[in-house]
Design a binder for this molecule. Structure first.
Ligand code: FEO
Length: 412
């Protein structure tokens, strides 16, 4: 049975949610599932904006066929070729042999690699700012390269002032019947998943996201229809503000996240002591994570949220504890920038990972590393307890003085 939602009289959501998939991209846990959004416009011509992942193709096809009500599908707009959105292209080409595929110069070579060459007569090649009339709806196309793949474009419906934004403004999380932002509590129920989605999927591409935001800023936009998560209508500012912050690598909150690796509990003890000292100094926006026990996608997401970071690890094989090493590698791969960080090292005979940690963090753009590294010799003693007190004072001064985006001040 079909399961759709109308956005307007002529635009219908025909996507579906997957609550069975454990790992998105076979990497990222999605305990709340994920939605794959797809949209049909029924005008004098019919158009579908992107398809869905293969896992929900059966529901999607029922939704699509019901919405078309026996009409053929005239156009498939291909905004993004990642398989979580393009998986049904081959099936649609079989079901609608006259369907035209709309894409840009980078889209069709990707379609050829996934599905084989599209006959020329079925291709509509669009460039920046090109339009396609469906009758009363005119679609305008804008490229958005690397948000999140090179072929990505977004489609703007001029009649409805509606932006079909591809991965941009998306979120992890299955839809629970509520499709629109005004039917959900974004801050309470969706923000963490939206951030974790952005940080891990699109986080590397801050500059392309900024370019896209600038390009689209002159458009009157009433509704944003992403490929994952809620549709935004009415007040778009919550998601636009977050995307602007995240893509500029600005912290959302005046907050400190403490990340530790700990083999037998001593490094964890040092971090707990530091957290208590921070709380006693009046810093209450504190998060503590065991990097061995917390999925790296959550750690990365927290780095996007917090202004201050503490990295604490034992020396391991003369280097950085592997779980912490993994986090640093991911931070570098995602091009994380612009945070204040402190380092705690531990070692029983030759503590040395602090210098290495500091060097790795210093190599990240606009990272400010607080001096000195706190050294723990096996377990926290009087000298290292004193050093932790000094670090708490230093962090407190920095946190209280840090400048964050004005909207972030409202959060805490
Ligand atoms: Fe949801 Fe880049 O695909």
């Amino acid at each position: 049975m079909y399961c759709t939602r109308s956005i307007t009289k002529e635009i219908v959501w025909v996507g579906a949610s997957d609550r069975r998939l454990a790992l998105f991209e076979n990497l990222f846990p999605i305990p709340r599932g994920v939605s794959y959004n797809s949209y049909v416009i029924t005008d004098e011509k019919t158009a579908l904006i992107d398809t869905v992942d293969a896992s929900v193709s059966r529901q999607f096809l029922e939704n699509l066929l019901h919405t078309l009500c026996g009409r053929p599908l005239d156009y498939l707009i291909v905004n993004h070729m990642e398989p979580d959105h393009c998986a049904c292209i081959g099936e649609l080409m079989l079901r609608f042999p006259d369907m035209k595929l709309v894409g840009n110069s980078k889209t069709f070579p990707m379609i050829a690699k996934f599905f084989g060459e599209v006959p020329d007569e079925l291709k509509i090649l669009v460039k920046e700012n090109d339009t396609l009339s469906l009758g009363t709806h005119t679609l305008r196309f804008f490229t958005a390269p690397m948000v999140h793949w090179p072929e990505v474009m977004v489609t703007y419906d001029e009649k409805e002032q509606m932006l079909f934004s591809a991965d941009a403004f998306g979120s992890f999380g299955a839809l629970n019947g509520c499709l629109f932002d005004d039917e959900i509590c974004f801050e309470k129920d969706w923000l963490d998943d939206a951030r974790r989605y952005y940080a891990n999927i699109v986080g590397k591409f801050g500059i392309p996201v900024q370019n896209a935001l600038k390009k689209l800023s002159s458009l009157p936009i009433k509704t944003i229809c992403p490929l994952h998560g809620p549709v935004w209508r009415g007040d778009l500012s919550p998601i636009l503000t977050k995307y602007d912050l995240w893509s500029r690598y600005e912290p959302e909150e005046r907050a400190v996240a403490l990340f530790y690796g700990s083999m037998y509990g001593s490094t964890e003890n040092a971090v707990n002591i530091l957290a208590v000292k921070l709380a006693e100094e009046g810093i209450h926006n504190i998060a503590v994570y065991d990097v061995s026990a917390t999925h790296i996608s959550t750690l990365i997401s927290e780095i996007f949220r917090c202004s201050h970071l503490v990295f604490a690890a034992p020396t391991y094989n003369g280097g950085i504890y592997p779980a912490m090493r993994n986090l640093l590698d991911d931070m570098a791969a995602l091009g994380l920038k612009n945070r204040t960080a402190a380092v705690i090292e531990n070692g029983s005979w030759a503590p040395s990972c602090g210098r290495q940690l500091s060097e790795e963090l210093n190599a990240l753009k606009d990272f400010r590393i607080l001096d000195p590294v706190v050294t723990i010799h096996s377990s926290v003693g009087a000298d290292s307890e004193h050093a932790l007190s000094a670090l708490a004072e230093q962090l407190t001064a920095s946190i209280k003085g840090v400048s964050v985006h004005p909207s972030a001040e409202l959060i805490r």
